[in-house]
Write a protein that binds this ligand. Structure first.
Ligand code: MG
Length: 244
């Protein structure tokens, strides 16, 4: 898959004309390359060796080798690039100036997960950039990256499971069940109605276990098992909601 990646606010914090700070893009971009995908730099940066009025007061007249600085960032982080702002192969079949890719990751794109960080303690100055924890999770949900337990554990941190100190025993049982389910069925549906069907199927098992306990010779242990499985499915739904 050819993946077009924006630079400022996407690979690093917005600090143009400087190269911004690390925001966690490197390990995910490396995983994409390791999984056989090709990265393509798609940026508004250009090399601007000579000062020239921009014609727009919101855009500074700055000089520098801005695109080269971005390319150096990729080189220094060991991420090979297929191209810069133009796909060399597309000239054979189109004159369109749009760079050809199968997927675009850009902080300006609709739906791209964004993290907002306060730069001042009173919160009046903030910066926004791509949330790579969520991007990694989405890429896994879309089967563009192989599934790992690493990103699901970071999602669990977001859900503050660790804050739930009381009933720790019960939560760890749900956690274990969630891990077991993720391993057994790595491709959890993205569609919420299908997710609901999976969760409701487990909830139906709880009903069955409760009826069995009350009217036949069922055990409380079985009711508990089914509740844990249902709770794990609820957690799975919550996790996939948190990436939207
Ligand atoms: Mg950007």
């Amino acid at each position: 898959m050819i993946i077009c990646i924006d630079f400022d606010g996407t690979c690093v914090t917005h600090e143009f004309p400087k190269v911004g700070k690390d925001i966690g893009a490197v390990p995910v971009l490396k995983r994409l390359v390791e999984s056989g995908h090709e990265i393509f730099l798609f940026t508004m940066r250009s090399n601007r060796p000579i000062s020239n009025p921009t014609g727009d007061e919101t855009i500074q007249d700055v000089t520098g080798m801005f695109v080269e600085n971005a390319v150096t960032w990729f080189k220094e982080n060991g991420i090979p690039l297929l191209g810069i702002n133009e796909n060399p192969t597309q000239k054979n079949w189109t004159i369109s100036p749009k760079a050809y890719g199968h997927l675009y990751i850009d902080d300006s794109a609709l739906g791209c997960p964004i993290k907002e960080v306060h730069l001042t303690t009173n919160g009046d100055k903030t910066t926004k950039y791509v949330d790579w924890v969520k991007v990694e999770r989405i890429l896994e949900c879309m089967n563009i990256l192989p599934h790992t337990t690493k990103s699901s554990s970071s999602t669990k941190i977001n859900l503050k499971l660790s804050d739930l100190q009381s009933n720790l025993q019960k939560y760890s049982e749900i956690d274990k069940e969630l891990e077991r389910a993720e391993k057994k069925h790595p491709n959890f549906p993205i569609d919420m109605f299908r997710q609901l069907a999976v969760m409701q199927e487990e909830a139906g098992e709880v009903t069955k276990a409760v009826l069995h306990y009350h009217y036949e010779n069922g055990t409380l242990e079985h009711v508990k098992e089914e509740l844990i499985q249902t709770a794990a499915m609820c957690m799975r739904m919550l996790q996939s909601l948190s990436v939207l």
